[in-house]
Each structure stands twice: as C-alpha cells, then as structure tokens.
Design a protein around this ligand. Structure first.
Ligand code: T4K
Length: 404
C-alpha cells in the first residue's frame, strides 16, 4: 500500500488510489449467510412470498418486542411508510420538518400535496430545534415530523409539549435510529408514530424495507389496511390504500440480521471510537459526538469540517474519493435547496442558518463491518497529509464541484 510523502502521491494528482476497492459509507451488514439462505429456502418450500407471511409476522413481533411498542407494521421501505403514516394520521396543509434530512422526509409529504415547512436544526445535535417551531405554525399546520438524525434522538419532550399544546400530530422519522434509546426508552414509542428504514445501507437491513411503530391501536389498524390496498378480507375493501407490504425475502434477511444486532453495534462503536481517537488532533476537523449513557447504533461516523479549516470539506471529499474512500456529504445542500422546494421557497435558506452551515461542514466517513482500524488509520493519514501540505495543495486543487 502506498505511503504519502509528496503531493504527487495523492490519487487526485495521478498516483494509484490508496484502496483498490472503494470504501463505502453504507456497506450492508450481513449477519449469517447460512441463516439467511436457510430462511429463504424454507420460504421457497412454503411458496408464501409476500402478503403478511409468517416471516413478516415474526419480524414485526421481534421488532415490537425489541422496541417495547404495542405495534410494528413492516413495510416495503421507509419512504412509503412515511407516506402511509402521514395519510393515516390525517396530515394535510403544512407540516413542519427539518431541511437537514434525506430528501425522502420532505418528498413523502409533498408527494401527497402536503407542504413541508422547513425548520432549522440545533447545530450541536443536528436535529429539529424546538425553539424555532412555533414561529412556523400557521392555521394550515397539521403536524411536526422530527428526524432522529445520525441516531441522535430529537428533543422529544419539548416537541411533544408543543404538539399537544398546539393540537398537532407528531411523527418521527427514525430511519437512522433503529435500536437507539432516549430517556431510558427505545426509539419507536415516541410521538404518534415512528418510522424506521431497513434499506441495504442501514444498520439493520432487509435489502429494502421499513416499519412504522406506534402505541396507538386505531392507527395501527389503519396502517395495516392502508399498506394492503385497504383490504379487510377477501373481496372487502374498507379503506383507501396502496401497496406498502414487506416481502417474505426482506423479512428473512431482517430476522437473520436481528440476531447479530449487538455485533453490528460493537463493530460500529469500535470504528466510531477509533475515528474519534485518531482524528481528534486534526485542526478544523471534529467527529460528531453520538453522546453517552444511552443506546446508540453508531451507524454513521460524521466529521464536521469547520469553515476555517486549511482544507475545505469539499476539497477533502475530492481528495478522499480519488483514493477510493467514498465519503459522502449527507445531507448537502439541504432539502430546501433541492427541487421542487428550491422553486417553492427560494429564500428558505434565510431562516435556516444552522442547516446551511452544517450542510456545508458534514463529511460522512466509511464505517460498518467492512471497515476496521487499518482502514481508518489510512483515512486519517490522507486527511492529516492534506492538512500538513495545505499551502502547496491549495493552488493545485481545481475548482471542479465535488460529488457525493
Ligand atoms: N429518512 C431518512 C432520514 C433517511 O436517511 C432515509 C434514507 C429515508 C428516510 C428513506 O428510507 P428508505 O425509503 O430508503 O428506506 C442512501 C440510502 O439509499 C437511503 O436509504 C438513506 N436514507 C440515505 C442516507 O443513504 P444514497 O443515495 O446515498 O445511496 P447510495 O446508493 O449512494 O448508497 C450509499 C452507499 O452505500 C454508497 O457508498 C454505496 C453503498 N452501498 C449501497 C447499496 C445500495 C453498498 O455498498 N451496497 C448496497 O447495496 O442513499
């Protein structure tokens, strides 16, 4: 493996990349291949592939038990789950959401003609800032959607208080927060409902998948109808619905991975702590703090590159990606700067100073079971080398926009 002595040793300037194969932020966690294949084999023998099969029912039960909630409704992905639960909760008009989130949070609302009203985030936690919400409430507002960004819980107590006092529904996008806890309770039981993602890149994956959890019996009944076209039995449709069902193959993957949850967390945690230890002395670079004292999945390792850093976030991105270290700029540039929202609210950024700042700073680094301390040390070497040679580096960096 190459070592970095001079600028021309960087892949950006023509040297071979540090890694022959790309290091990704979201390499899927795959627990036990034999267990997955055995479940898939049984599924094929049963010839029951979808439509509330036994594997989906078992997956829902195990999730509900793990999260300590009354109901877990498995779905085909978190985006459709958000759409379905938004409709089941009667969201309409305007809903307050952070702009610093994956575009699906906003799109799930806009897809059904609900206007996402973007609210700024707390610059430390990167989650919705409750102090900014009330100024955005209008007579058209029907709900708040908080996002537990990077697995860090929103300020659920203040959001619940605001929602109750103002008569609003409260939903959480918990796509990043599976198996995380808050105030001694698992994420999944806060607000009216919470939505998880089990996409391939997520800490617990079902290839594609999602789930809604709730303690509200009536809501759970509606969700079950809505994800299955509104069928209440053969030939009997009693509700408007869509197809949001999870397949048996997805549940087979989820069940098999559930057995390895603690292993995934342990691996992620070791990586997170190693990153924190080796990056702590790099000037202008700080690893986002996942917090202590509560359960976390450590799925994302998020570096923040300050504006006065000798190498900018986007320059680091280009340098790393050339070395096959596929870091990402989640959630740049913020939903409010993406279509159709950019056209709907061209000046939204004025009310979102922390969102804009954090979106310019964040660099998500590769982690997961495909990465270990050797790779992390090499990533640190690239960042440290770039900083140490920033003066010579700057004139050689082109102004090409970064990707990712
Ligand atoms: N709400 C929030 C807050 C979310 O973050 C998300 C999804 C959602 C809602 C919606 O959930 P779903 O409807 O997806 O269930 C990825 C994921 O596709 C997306 O699920 C996730 N958030 C988002 C944060 O990341 P992209 O566009 O960055 O994906 P992509 O294809 O670039 O993959 C990310 C990395 O993972 C790459 O470095 C490649 C690697 N990868 C990817 C796949 C699919 C693999 O190594 N293997 C794979 O199979 O969105």
């Amino acid at each position: 493996m190459k070592t970095l002595h001079q600028l021309n040793d960087l892949a950006l300037f023509g040297a071979p990349p540090l890694f022959a194969e790309p290091l990704h932020v979201g390499r899927p966690n795959i627990g036990n291949r034999d267990a997955i294949l055995a479940r898939l084999g049984e599924m094929l023998d049963r010839r029951w592939l979808t439509n509330n099969g036994p594997l989906v029912q078992e997956f829902e039960k195990r999730l509900a038990d793990h999260l300590g909630v009354r109901h877990c409704v498995a779905m085909c992905n978190a985006t459709v789950a958000l759409e379905i639960v938004a409709r089941a909760l009667g969201l309409a008009g305007e809903v307050i959401v952070p702009s610093f989130t994956f575009i699906a949070t906003a799109h799930a609302l806009q897809w059904q003609q609900i206007t996402p009203v973007f609210c700024d985030i707390d610059p430390v936690t990167h989650t919705l800032d409750p102090a900014r919400i009330e100024a955005l409430i209008t007579p058209r507002t029907t709900g708040i959607v908080g996002v537990h960004t990077w697995g860090t819980p929103c300020d659920t107590a203040r959001l619940t208080e605001i929602a109750r006092r103002r008569g609003l529904r409260l939903l959480f996008d918990a796509a990043h927060a599976f198996s995380c806890s808050h105030a001694g309770k698992m994420i999944g039981g806060f607000g009216d409902a919470e939505v998880f993602s089990f996409h391939a890149t997520k800490f617990l994956n079902t290839f594609e998948g999602g789930a809604v959890t709730t303690n509200d019996d009536e809501l759970a009944t509606k969700l079950r109808l809505m994800k299955n076209f509104g069928f209440a039995g053969y030939d009997n449709v009693i509700y408007i619905g869509t197809n949001g069902k999870m397949s048996e193959a997805a549940a087979a993957m989820g069940l098999s991975n559930l057995d390895y949850l603690d292993d995934f967390i342990a691996t992620n945690r070791v990586n997170y702590e190693h990153y924190r230890a080796v990056l702590k002395d790099l000037p202008g670079v700080k690893v986002y703090d996942c917090g202590e004292g509560e359960r976390r999945n450590f799925q994302y390792v998020v570096a923040e590159v300050s504006e006065d850093c000798a190498v900018s976030r986007d320059q680091f991105l280009k340098i790393l990606q050339a070395e096959n270290i596929i870091a990402r700029r989640y959630f740049y540039p913020g939903c409010h700067r993406m279509q159709p929202y950019r056209s709907h609210f061209p000046n939204a950024g004025l009310l979102l100073p922390h969102t804009e700042k954090i979106a310019r700073r964040v660099l998500v680094l590769p982690t997961g079971s495909a990465i270990g301390s050797t790779e992390i040390d090499r990533i640190r070497d690239v960042l440290a080398f770039s900083l140490a040679h920033a003066v010579e580096l700057q004139p050689r960096l082109t102004s090409e926009p970064a990707h990712g």
